[in-house]
Design a protein around this ligand. Sequence first.
Ligand code: AMP
Ligand code: ZN
Length: 113
Amino acid sequence: MDDCIFCKIAAGEIPSTVVYENDRAIAIEDLNPQAPVHVLVMPKTHHANILDGVEADELAALVEAIGEVAKAKGLEERGFRVIANTGADAGQTVDHLHVHVLGGRELGEGLLA
Ligand code: AMP
Ligand code: ZN
């Protein structure tokens, strides 16, 4: 995808703060953090969202990256939240599959907190 900002980040064409990467996924600091830890984890290849033909090994790489982010950020003991906004009702603003990893504070019981 030529005009996809996250494809460009994954390719190193746009600067970002990389927290972790493996062969198929990359984790970067969110530009507009909503919690003390707010990291975006995404596959390196373009998929619009979680419904868009993601391969099993890409998903495995994504989950592995989430775990490595949790370790690197010290979230394993206290926990964290993983959110994948998908489509308009969820308010997805970047159409390249990504999950938000949020933590470092009490996030509240509601999913939207
Ligand atoms: P979503 O609303 O789920 O599509 O989330 C998009 C997220 O991407 C938002 O939290 C933005 O702050 C974040 N974001 C947008 N552009 C960048 C960027 N260049 N580097 C890091 N995070 C970004
Ligand atoms: Zn993309």
